[in-house]
Design a protein around this ligand. Structure first.
Ligand SMILES: CC(C)(COP(=O)(O)OP(=O)(O)OC[C@H]1O[C@@H](n2cnc3c(N)ncnc32)[C@H](O)[C@@H]1OP(=O)(O)O)[C@@H](O)C(=O)NCCC(=O)NCCS
Length: 156
């Protein structure tokens, strides 16, 4: 199986936040951000694997700034690491006030997906090819995180 670059599966999802996503004060619920972060991450993972994927872990979802109704929110997802059947994806969330143009980084999350076959069992994925020094560094950091997750699973 041939390797694929990070650029080949990178994806950006953009959404206007309406009142249905927010509380009475107009602040968007954290669960809404998590749902779309997971969706964007899953699309990047599927594009890399060219197979269906399932989420096995969501960690480091940090909330840096509130997002309010009327903001344009973008979810940029890119693979940081691919193992035999698992893939770690980093999702960056930015919110923009379309009137003022002010743009802020509101969230960052790491999610792990596993490619599955017809019997819902793990299926091998192509190797990930980091191209830039930043991508190489993120790959190494993600490899260590995935190693730690494996260890934690084994201890449970
Ligand atoms: C995904 C699933 C089929 C994997 O089955 P499994 O018996 O755990 O398989 P394995 O132990 O061989 O793990 C497969 C890969 O996932 C990784 N993995 C599994 N659980 C993980 C976790 N919690 N965190 C990080 N990686 C994990 C393993 O390290 C392994 O990676 P590798 O192949 O790259 O080395 C099974 O765990 C499952 O169905 N989970 C539920 C998924 C789900 O319903 N998600 C929510 C809705 S999408």
């Amino acid at each position: 199986m041939e390797g694929r670059t990070i650029a080949e599966s990178r994806v950006t999802l953009g959404l206007m936040m309406g009142p249905e996503n927010a509380n009475a004060l107009g602040n968007v619920h954290g669960g809404v951000i998590m749902k779309y972060a997971d969706e964007a991450g899953a699309v990047a993972a599927m594009r890399h694997a060219r197979r269906p994927v399932v989420t096995v872990a969501i960690d480091s979802l940090t909330f840096l700034e509130p997002i309010t109704v009327g903001h344009l929110v973008t979810f940029q997802a890119e693979l940081t690491y691919a193992g035999r059947t698992s893939m770690e994806v980093r999702v960056l969330v930015d919110a923009e006030d379309p009137i003022t143009g002010r743009r802020t980084r509101t969230n960052m999350a790491y999610l792990v997906y596993v490619a599955i076959d017809e019997n819902h069992r793990p299926h091998p994925v192509p190797a990930l090819i980091p191209e830039t020094p930043e991508e190489m560094q993120r790959f190494e950091e993600a490899r260590l995180r995935q190693q730690r997750r494996k260890q934690e699973r084994a201890e449970k």
